[in-house]
Ligand binder design. Structure first.
Ligand SMILES: [Zn+2]
Length: 82
């Protein structure tokens, strides 16, 4: 996967699984982490994904409660770019 632009919150949501599986290229991983520095919402999202993985031992997007995912996506939509 190759990313030629700054990451948006929706990209983070899509990439979080690859990130946790260490499947991102180093430069993409860097961008992912840069986004987390200034984005509390995505930091929280990543934390919750990590907790889910720790609790279930699995890494599946479906493991994230549907309601939580909707709430996060809703929150992301309300934000303006930094
Ligand atoms: Zn974000």
């Amino acid at each position: 996967m190759r990313l030629d632009r700054e990451l948006a919150c929706r990209d983070i949501v899509e990439l979080v699984t690859a990130y946790l599986e260490h499947a991102l290229l180093p430069r993409d991983r860097e961008r992912f982490e840069e986004h987390l520095v200034f984005c509390d919402g995505c930091s929280t999202y990543l934390d919750q994904m990590r907790e889910t993985v720790a609790a279930t031992g699995r890494l599946e997007p479906a493991a994230l409660p549907r309601k939580l995912e909707e709430r996060l996506l809703e929150a992301f939509r309300g934000w303006s770019p930094a």
